[in-house]
Design a binder for this molecule. Structure first.
Ligand code: C2E
Ligand code: MG
Ligand code: MG
Ligand code: MG
Length: 273
């Protein structure tokens, strides 16, 4: 899924697996070159506090503007990058850009300073020095750790012991961690039982179901769960006023989606979007 206005194209499936392998090799070298040439860009999608109607923060989403293929969706190239070692420099790039963007927002006097959330890949989660690397970048830009949020998608929350250690370390350092795409993975409630996330991001598929009584009932349960666990709740993929109204009535704290705003370039954010 892409929230951009420009048409986003997935990499076309190849006819045979040989062709696919070839295509993958070509894509990999193109991705490496794109990274070197700075053709990966970050967009910021606003996250709104529903009751106050103000933007509390942004999610950083990576974009690959491919000269021939058009935009390649992150869901497509992140997976490719995961299969190679490219995800390591891409993860570093995303982290550095997020810190630069936070520093720029602060320089421009944005008060209170919004948070920026960044998505972590499975490779990054395996890195025992991940938190140290993040802290080093934050320190280099003299940024307060509580303005950075880490998003971990639910399907990556398999090793609870490892994630628990990560959460403990982040909290010690004042960083917040969100459980992304809640409702789509294997271990929804199990993850919440043992792991104290600061934020839950409800997957857009539940928001789309808000026009049915089952959907309303289920989202109501998630709202109550988040409140009981003292977690912020962000509804993803909010596209209509009707959806936001139901979310507000149910007591969901935050909304993200095209209704609130599409992913924007930093310059657009600075110009008051
Ligand atoms: P995600 O973290 O769940 O990000 C939300 C996705 O929903 C984004 O797709 C966003 O553009 C899209 N979206 C936002 N609002 C709406 C809406 O109202 N309706 C609909 N239909 N879609 C909406 P995107 O940017 O294509 O990213 C897809 C996934 O790729 C992300 O899912 C995230 O898991 C991954 N990803 C994106 N950027 C990064 C990154 O920098 N690093 C890593 N590791 N993963 C990333
Ligand atoms: Mg995310
Ligand atoms: Mg998400
Ligand atoms: Mg999602």
């Amino acid at each position: 899924l892409s929230g951009d206005t420009s048409p986003s194209r997935h990499v076309a499936p190849a006819a045979s697996s040989d062709a696919f392998a070839l295509d993958k090799i070509r894509l990999e070298s193109e991705l490496r070159a794109a990274l070197d040439r700075g053709e990966l860009e970050m967009r910021l999608q606003p996250i709104e506090e529903i009751a106050g109607g103000r933007v509390a923060g942004y999610e950083a989403l990576v974009r690959w503007r491919h000269l021939q293929r058009g935009d390649v969706a992150p869901a497509e190239f992140i997976r490719l990058a995961e299969e190679t070692s490219l995800i390591v420099p891409i993860g570093d790039y995303v982290l550095e850009r997020v810190c630069e963007m936070l520093a720029e927002l602060r320089r421009r006097g944005r008060e209170p300073l919004p948070f920026i959330a960044l998505n972590l890949s499975s490779r990054q989660l395996e890195d025992p020095l991940l938190v140290d690397r993040i802290l080093a970048r934050l320190r280099a830009h003299e940024l307060p750790p509580d303005r950075l949020k880490l998003e971990i998608t639910e399907s990556l929350v398999l090793d609870h012991v490892r994630i628990a250690a990560l959460l403990a370390r982040c909290h010690e350092e004042g960083m917040h961690v969100a459980l992304d795409d809640f409702g789509t993975g294997y271990s929804n409630l199990g993850a919440l039982l043992t792991l104290n996330f600061d934020q839950i991001k409800l997957d857009g598929s539940f928001v789309r179901a808000l026009d049915t009584s089952r959907g309303v009932a289920l989202v109501g349960v998630v709202v109550a769960t988040a409140r009981a666990l003292n977690c912020d709740l962000v509804a993803e993929g909010v596209e209509t006023r009707a959806q936001r109204e139901v979310l507000q009535r149910l007591g969901c704290g935050y909304a993200q989606g095209w209704l609130v705003g599409k992913p924007l370039a930093l310059a657009e954010v600075l110009n008051g979007n």
